[in-house]
Design a protein around this ligand. Sequence first.
Ligand code: NAD
Length: 493
Amino acid sequence: MKRIGHFVDGQVVDGGEKTGPVYNPATGEQSGEVALASGAELDNAVDIARKAQREWRTTPLAKRAGVMFRLRQIVTERTDELARIITSEHGKVVSDAAGEVARGLENVEFCAGLMHHLKGEYSEQVAGGVDVHQTRQPVGVVACITPFNFPAMVPLWMITTAIAAGNAVILKPSERDPSAALWIAQAFAEAGLPAGVLNVINGDAETVNAILDHDGIDAVSFVGSTPIAKHIYETSAANGKRVQALGGAKNHMVVMPDADLDAAADAAVSAAYGSAGERCMAVSVLVAVGDVADELVGKVADRLPGLKIGDGTDPESEMGPLITRDARDRVAGYVEGAAGEGATVVVDGREKQFDGDGFFIGVSLVDNVEPGMKVYDDEIFGPVLSVVRVGSYDQAVELINANQYANGVAVFTRDGKTARQFEFDIEVGMVGVNVPIPVPIGAYSFGGWKKSLFGDTHMYGPESFNFYTRRKVVTTRWPEPSESQISLGFPTH
Ligand code: NAD
């Protein structure tokens, strides 16, 4: 069985008496065991990161940019290798894994322009002979704590920007699929990143809590579920750390009566069941407005028997298994509970049979869902699409704005005025107009509102450079010594 260690000071190291199991979700077999770091391993990694950061912040920007260009080259050329590692531990199909690598690379490309993103500001002659300028300096050592569902993309969102800005990083990936993070750390090393600037510490909740309490860590970036995001946010803030913590989601897709229903059904199926629904931007609620509901539900249901569910390494597969047996059983529980809550289970994914012990479940479609039902209120994070029927545009907006989550949302319509009004009215961080998964390109930043994000800074893109830098404002004058005098008054201009 594969033993998965840490990556500290440029080397793979073992360490930690505790271990956790890593599975191949397609077979259900344990494929490895990952070392779970104790406080001692963390202390050592933070010491190394602090020393490395002192050097790294002095490294010329052109050299830092060179690392980004080389990293892009390495990851582009070896995407298939990384994608297969992701599939072996996460289960998603290889093409989808390659897609997440490509979206992660967008941020590497953005960071290759770090000379531009780290530019300061200058105001000349703010008072007689006085100038002011602002610089951006790194915050120090940053901890990046990531979820299982994007084991390459989310680390690339965080660590790349943190490093570009001159910080050192402790990356704590999900203990369920940790190997992609180690691969990325080695790729950074090959790209010329000095040892100690990027360290991967594997671990579980105990390791995370040690990170939150560690005096040597200045800032925490987190992506994961809402209860943990809240805990990360509150604890980091209480300990005086800068923090951004992205949480869970319940993403709605509104279908207006004038929408093209075939296109809407294609989009809903793709966005609900891709990656087995284990995407923070997956569509999990279809909101059918007016009289489209019967036809729309019929069109979605018609498409489901054709989906090919199987081992993610099989090029024929469109959807793989869930991450763990527990996750699979949890999803099945929601489908079972839905009928008891008064919803209509149109397609029951539990009925689909699979060979072997993989963590597979079929796709489910549940109609007549309403707020107050668990199938609506909870983030299921699996291949279950709920349909809520509403009478009007206003009711659709009211439903969505009342939801505790506000990560992504989409509207499908042929009417520009409705789309514009929706964009204005809806209280959600990322909006798609005829786009079901509106993940912004790398030049913008990613983040939801309400319980989908604690803190105020979104991830990657320009906001990320704000998060990973401290602004320093310098006021300068070069007076004639002969004009010097004592003045106890408060300086004004
Ligand atoms: P999770 O919250 O269980 O785990 C995320 C990280 O937190 C992991 O590294 C894990 O080791 C750590 N962790 C888990 N329990 C902890 C605890 N009690 N104390 C301290 N640390 C703990 O999330 P997950 O299941 O790995 O990922 C799926 C979740 O992530 C979903 O809710 C999904 O919506 C969310 N997500 C959100 C976004 C976003 O951008 N908003 C993106 C991807 C995933």
